[in-house]
Design a protein around this ligand. Structure first.
Ligand SMILES: [Zn+2]
Length: 382
């Protein structure tokens, strides 16, 4: 155990091990270096280590570390990847931790490789013999893009902890709810032709115009029929994000695509929302046979809700000193919850710093986070 780095040292090494996820191949990196660091450190602490290759990714891995044995226990989970960065807007090297103004700057300090540096410190001095129930550490791959790591882990994993804490930056406030997220592309296949003879073609933009009208009605329907007071934006949202179609003013537009994003409230299933979309497009699909279709752009991620009256929420509120809340961003929580454990999102740092240039983790988070993690381990494993 003598070789284990202190907090700053482990944070420095985690940040130096670049692990960017991106749907653009030019940005996308593997995460093996981060996984190997964690494996080495947790092994030194007596954990057993399992590294899983995540299928359908560009050489990405999940790590599961386990201390102790038996049923139940505590899972501390997080993602090992970061988003890409905008070099021109960073004032320092994103891969070098800069300790300045009582903050640690670096890509992934707050979202969320820093969380693993905290866990490491909280586990120092723990031994398997002390534990009545197991302590699990999970580091996942590709959270920032497809959530492939968490999906794969949930589908395949045999563990069933009593509770799970995902250390995304929440300012150490327990988060028990967020919306889901899905994106679709609506495609109109028209028939191109010379603009002087409209009857010889089928104008895809004109059909898309009608599609958009239907979508605006769906948007109103969602706002009218569904609401959850826990959220700033109380209704499920539908956003028209990007549109492409046609090539020339004097040609009948033969093809048009619209990309939309929908965010389900907790309690709404993905299929419910897709059904509503399908119903909205149905009249046009009937009016223009074989010309209107839609398909999923990225794998959807479900909404998340942990019952407010569950024991974990009560304990997290007590230990953190904060009441639980809902947030607007999506996490791996709905997948982790499928393991059958009570699940919350609770971690150091602010989401305002995540995905931003000059991302940082404030020194003021250190003691508070160590206390919370230590108390959670005591409560659920000792
Ligand atoms: Zn994150």
């Amino acid at each position: 155990m003598k070789n284990l780095p202190n907090f700053t040292h482990s944070l420095t090494q985690l940040i130096a091990s670049a692990s960017i996820s991106s749907t653009q191949a030019s940005w996308d990196q593997g995460n093996l270096a981060v996984i190997q660091l964690l494996a080495t450190w947790f092994e030194q602490l007596g954990f057993s280590i399992e590294i899983q290759a995540v299928p359908a990714t560009r050489k990405k891995y999940n790590l599961l570390a386990k201390l102790g044995s038996g049923e139940g226990g505590l899972l501390l989970a997080g993602h090992s990847d970061t988003v890409p960065f905008d070099e021109n807007r960073w004032q320092s090297d994103p891969f070098k931790v800069v300790d300045k103004d009582n903050k640690f700057y670096g890509l992934g300090t707050c979202d969320m490789k820093g969380f693993f540096a905290f866990i490491l410190q909280a586990c120092k001095g723990l031994s398997a013999k002390q534990l009545k129930k197991p302590l699990y550490i999970l580091a996942t791959a590709d959270e920032e893009t497809t959530m492939a790591g968490a999906r794969f882990f949930t589908q395949n994993q045999q563990i069933k902890p009593d509770v799970a804490i995902i250390g995304e930056p929440t300012n150490l406030v327990p988060v028990i709810m967020h919306k889901g997220h899905m994106s679709h592309r609506i495609t109109i296949q028209g028939q191109s032709g010379h603009s002087s003879k409209p009857s010889l073609g089928v104008n895809a933009i004109e059909i898309m115009y009608q599609v958009i009208s239907q979508l605006m009605q769906l948007k109103e329907k969602l706002a009218h029929n569904y609401s959850n007071q826990a959220f700033d934006v109380k209704e499920p949202t539908l956003n028209l994000g990007a549109i492409h179609g046609g090539d020339n003013a004097n040609r009948i537009c033969g093809h048009c695509e619209l990309d939309i994003d929908m965010r389900a409230l907790p309690g709404m299933t993905d299929s419910e929302l897709i059904q509503l979309l399908s119903e909205a497009l149905k009249p046009l699909a009937e009016k223009y046979p074989h010309r209107v279709s839609f398909n999923e752009l990225d794998p959807s991620s479900p909404s998340f809700e942990q019952n407010q009256s569950s024991g974990l929420v009560t304990i997290a509120e007590e230990i953190s000193g904060h009441s639980c809340c809902a947030v607007n961003y999506a996490t791996e929580a709905p997948f982790i919850q499928q393991l059958g454990c009570q699940t919350i999102v609770l971690g150091p740092g602010s989401i305002d710093q995540a995905h931003q240039p000059n991302e940082f983790l404030a020194h003021s988070e250190i003691d508070k986070t160590e206390v919370i993690l230590t108390k959670m381990i005591q409560r659920y494993c000792l």
